[in-house]
Write a protein that binds this ligand. Structure first.
Ligand SMILES: Nc1ncnc2c1ncn2[C@@H]1O[C@H](COP(=O)(O)OP(=O)(O)O)[C@@H](O)[C@H]1O
Ligand SMILES: [Mg+2]
Length: 262
């Protein structure tokens, strides 16, 4: 592979995708460029195609038309081994942390290592799991042997994050990380996204409809509507955006804040 300096971690060019034999178009010419090292939020209402975008990025779904490049390289759909290698660039935190209920914290976090690093010893696995639990602010002594049902919502998120970074990925994908959380846990997750990106020098992509989290954590925000990105810019620019759909989305959120201030 040529050692060219890539400015972008992920580049999506003219992506078209429809379901139901072409009846339902999710994307019609989507262009997204995710710069390296930053935290990018992709916002949009439910059903707009945010999760489908993550699935394309991981090579789990194939575009009808268009290209997806990871660090400048097209996703190798037809080469399972290379595709598997490419996926190791990514860590993923799912909406509800998606821990295995019958596994302990140790087994959950160790899982990707056992799956992907066939040559690794048990001692090395233990060391990595302990390191990653510490990195996400958990005390390994008190958590390693616990089951997910014994953890608070915030701790589950932390364990899910430890599992997402255990293979030391370059890109971290979050699918709706703050949806359904109480305000305190949500604020904790916002900080965790910032801290993890800085600590590991990652590129983070957060798919969300949570405007307040985006304004707090994002370096840049993209807004997805009608199969395209209709806004792209900084959080400050986002609050000043005049696109009708973005405005409605923002005003609905801000309405509640104004009511609180009265
Ligand atoms: N495998 C699939 N087959 C058919 N339709 C799908 C499939 N995956 C997603 N969709 C549809 O694509 C649209 C976008 O889905 P999704 O990306 O999950 O939305 P969200 O922005 O809420 O994450 C939805 O209308 C969903 O029903
Ligand atoms: Mg979704």
């Amino acid at each position: 592979m040529a050692q060219t300096q890539q400015e972008f971690a992920i580049e999506i060019r003219d992506l078209h995708k429809s379901f139901g034999e072409g009846r339902y178009h999710v994307y019609s010419g989507l262009d997204v460029k995710i710069p390296k090292g930053l935290i990018t939020f992709i916002l949009g209402p439910s059903g707009v195609g945010k999760s489908v975008l993550l699935k394309h990025t991981l090579g789990l779904l194939k575009p009808d038309r268009g290209d997806i490049l990871i660090f400048g390289r097209a996703i190798p759909y037809d080469k399972p081994r290379e595709l598997n290698e490419m996926r190791k660039h990514f860590g993923m935190l799912f909406q509800y942390a998606a821990l295995f209920d019958d596994f302990t914290v140790f087994q959950n976090v160790a899982f990707p290592l056992v799956e992907h690093r066939k040559d690794i010893t048990l001692d090395e696995i233990k060391k990595k799991v302990v390191d990653k639990l510490r990195a996400v602010g958990l005390d390994p002594e008190n958590t390693l042997d616990k089951y997910p049902s014994e953890l608070s919502g915030g701790m589950k998120k932390r364990v899910g994050l430890a599992r997402a970074i255990v293979l030391e990925p370059q890109i971290l994908l979050y699918d709706e990380p703050t949806t359904g959380l109480d305000p305190v846990t949500r604020a904790m997750v916002d900080d965790l996204i910032l801290e993890t990106n800085a600590k590991f020098g990652l590129t983070s992509v957060v798919i969300s409809h949570d405007i307040l989290s985006a304004l707090y954590s994002a370096d840049q925000i993209g807004f997805l509507h009608g199969g395209k990105i209709v806004f792209w810019g900084t959080p400050k620019e986002f609050t000043q955006c005049n696109h009708e759909v973005v405005r409605n989305f923002l005003d609905a959120e801000m309405k509640h804040r104004k009511e609180l201030e009265q």
